[in-house]
Every structure is written in structure tokens, then in C-alpha cells.
Design a protein around this ligand. Structure first.
Ligand SMILES: Cc1ncc(COP(=O)(O)O)c(C=O)c1O
Length: 382
């Protein structure tokens, strides 16, 4: 190939461009009709009761952490194999983030290890869990709900990798990732490498009305404009800041793109699944490991991760062939900020995973030639 094949890529078409241009020509650049339209359509897509659009996935995590009551007394558990934002949100609120090892097959938090951690700590030590649907694997949130209820914890599902993903609950009912049925809140990102691009953007979903109103308030400085607030006359201008909030709003321009992209989300997901299915078949005879997560029916395949002891050599070889793979992720506890704050940490499965993982190219516009080229080069390497 005479160009670089990336590991992930956004997919912008003329309809997306037209939608953005139309909004640019409209009366609203921010907080106009596109925001609410995006919220309603996204809530429907993931089958949640409420959705709140925000400036990015990180601000979504921040607002959820605040709304769930995180403060300097809060200790919260998450996976070390995630983007730093899943942990940073607790740090923003002055809380303490703690990591737990991952499951070698799902590559997500190992629920049994979380259970042990909770059972071996005095009652009330932890306030919440942030399970991450890593790579698009749909975590069994029903199991997490049971665990959380037993210990009086909240659940914040980081579903940035899994819009459209699903699992079957104990009564074999399909449950969409981030549908708010089990988690208190869930969050998504519309960064361009994700399923739906909005430039920058994020979404919070929940089925809890109290959290919906609280998060909406925090999204705009804690300011309420409700007409019931005052008898000031004439009506319409009055607003008041009820608590310390933020400007974590998203623009109408971004939501115009998000709305247009959302219309093709199912199609994009289908293409990701088709590519994953081909990888599963074409790589099966090679001396590399495919985690069983990749065989899950409800996987949303933001990433397609393989494991090999020759990871560094394979990465460099593919890079020489103009194929960009990526390592997801550096365990969060290894970053200098976390190391200096919490000291050196070591989680066996996480460390082993980190030494072997490689994310292969997967994106809806990946051509047959690009796909065949990637598989041919991986096969040649082994
Ligand atoms: C798992 C996970 N959580 C949170 C985020 C943060 O999203 P954003 O980049 O939109 O702030 C990302 C994005 O990279 C992510 O992959």
C-alpha cells in the first residue's frame, strides 16, 4: 500500500457535511435544536430513558462522578486497561481511584476480583464501580448491579467503545450497553475514532430522573432557568446558579454531525462485525491468541485486539508495511501521575495482557484490499 492503513478512522460523507453546513447557516450554533434531537435519537438507539449530550466523553465522566456524589471520601474501582479518563474523573472530584485486575478473556474488569476486593474491605469503603466495555465487549451489567446492590455502590458504565453492543441478561433478554437498566449512568464518546463522530462530543445515559436533572444542571454552571424560580417580572430573563457546575455543553454544530452519523451507526456496526468475523476466520491458524471476547455476539468492535509474545516485532513489521496498529492501553496505574500519587502497582493479568496486546485496523470504510493486505502481512510475519 502506498498509504498508511490506520487502526481506526472516521467516516464522513456528503450528508454529514450538508448537515453541518445547514446548522452553520441556522440561528443556532450552540444549544439549539440539534442538541435535543441528538439526545432523543441517541437515547432511542441505546434504549435508555434519558440522554444528556456533553462536550466529550471525559466531561460526561466528570459530570456523572459529581452527580453520583464523588468527593474526597470516595473510593471507586475501575479497570487499569482503559483510557485515562475513566480514572481521571474520580481524581477531578478529589476522590481516590483504585484498580482491580482484568479477566484474560473479556479484557474487562474481573468481576470476581472486584468481589474479593469488596468483601475484604470494611463495609462502606467503596462508593462506586466504573466498569469499562473495553474494545466494545458488552459487560454483564446485571451481574455488576447485583454486586453493587449488595455493597451499596453506584455503577457508572464507561461505554465509549460499545454503542450498539449488547448482552443477554439472566432471562435471556437482550440488554443494550448503556441502556440504564442496571448502571446508574453510562457514558459515550464521539471522538472521531469512535463509532459515531461529532468532532468532540459525549453522551450520558440514565434511567434515573433525579440524575438526569442533576446532570443537566451541572452541565451549565449549575444554572437553572426554570420559570417557577421567581416572581420577577417580566418573566423569561431570570436564572440562578444553584450549585457549582461547569460549561460541559456541546455545540449544535457537533450535534448536527452526530445526528447525521447516528443514522449510519447500525450500518457502521454491521461492517465492524463483518471485519471482525473475517479476522476470526483468517487469523485462526496463526500462532497468536484471539481473546474469547472477540467471539461475543454483542461485541461492538471499536477495537479488534490480538495477543502475541512477538507483539513489538509484529508492531514494527506492520508499521514498515504501512499498517498502523496500536496498543490499548498502557495500564493507567503506570502513568507518572498515578505512580507518583499511588506508588508502583502490579496486576498480573493486566501486565501480561499489556506485554502482548495489539489492536488491528478495523473501521467501517476498510476496503477489501486494505483488509486482505493486513491479513497477508500478518500471515507473512508469522
Ligand atoms: C474508554 C474511554 N473512556 C473515556 C474516553 C474519553 O472520551 P473523550 O475523548 O471523548 O473525552 C475515551 C476516549 O478516548 C475512552 O476510550
Amino acid at each position: 500500500m502506498n498509504y498508511l492503513i490506520p487502526y481506526g478512522k472516521h467516516n464522513i460523507n456528503q450528508k454529514d457535511i450538508d448537515a453541518v453546513v445547514e446548522t452553520l447557516k441556522s440561528d443556532f450554533l450552540t444549544q439549539g435544536p440539534q442538541v435535543e434531537k441528538f439526545e432523543k435519537a441517541f437515547a432511542k438507539y441505546v434504549e435508555a430513558d434519558y440522554a444528556i449530550a456533553v462536550s466529550n466523553g471525559t466531561s460526561a465522566l466528570h459530570l456523572c462522578s459529581l452527580a453520583l456524589g464523588t468527593n474526597k471520601h470516595s473510593r471507586v474501582i475501575t479497570s487499569p486497561i482503559t483510557f485515562v479518563a475513566s480514572a481521571n474523573c474520580i481524581e477531578y472530584c478529589g476522590g481516590k481511584i483504585e484498580f482491580c485486575d482484568i479477566d484474560p478473556e473479556t479484557l474487562c474488569l474481573d468481576i470476581n476480583k472486584v468481589k474479593n476486593k469488596l468483601e475484604n474491605a470494611p463495609k462502606g469503603t467503596y462508593k462506586g464501580i466504573i466498569p469499562v466495555n473495553f474494545a466494545g465487549f458488552p459487560i454483564d451489567m446485571e451481574a455488576y448491579r447485583k454486586l453493587a446492590d449488595k455493597h451499596g455502590l453506584w455503577l457508572l458504565e464507561d461505554s465509549c467503545h460499545a454503542p450498539g453492543g449488547f448482552f443477554y441478561d439472566s432471562s435471556m433478554k437482550k440488554q443494550s450497553c448503556g441502556n440504564g437498566k442496571f448502571a446508574d449512568t453510562a457514558i459515550f464518546s464521539f471522538h472521531p475514532v469512535k463509532h459515531i463522530a461529532a468532532g468532540e462530543g459525549g453522551m450520558i445515559t440514565t434511567n434515573r430522573e433525579d440524575l438526569y436533572y442533576k446532570i443537566k444542571l451541572l452541565r451549565t454552571h449549575g444554572i437553572s432557568k426554570s420559570t417557577n424560580l421567581s416572581n420577577e417580572s417580566p418573566p423569561g430573563w431570570y436564572y440562578e446558579m444553584q450549585e457549582l457546575g461547569y460549561n460541559h455543553r456541546i455545540s449544535d454544530i457537533s450535534c448536527a454531525l452526530g445526528n447525521s452519523q447516528l443514522k449510519r451507526a447500525k450500518e457502521g456496526l454491521k461492517k465492524r462485525k463483518a471485519i471482525a468475523k473475517k479476522y476470526l476466520k483468517d487469523l485462526s491458524g496463526l500462532p497468536l491468541k484471539i481473546p474469547s471476547a472477540n467471539f461475543s455476539e454483542g461485541h461492538a468492535f471499536h477495537l479488534f485486539v490480538i495477543l502475541t509474545e512477538k507483539r513489538d516485532k509484529l508492531y514494527s513489521y506492520l508499521r514498515e508495511c504501512n499498517i498502523q496498529t496500536q496498543i490499548h492501553y498502557i495500564p493507567v496505574y503506570k502513568h507518572p501521575y498515578y505512580k507518583s500519587k499511588y506508588g508502583s502497582q502490579h496486576f498480573k493479568v493486566t501486565e501480561e495482557y499489556y506485554s502482548k496486546c495489539l489492536s488491528l485496523p478495523i473501521y467501517p470504510t476498510m476496503t477489501k484490499d486494505e483488509y486482505l493486505f493486513v491479513v497477508e502481512k500478518i500471515t507473512n510475519f508469522f
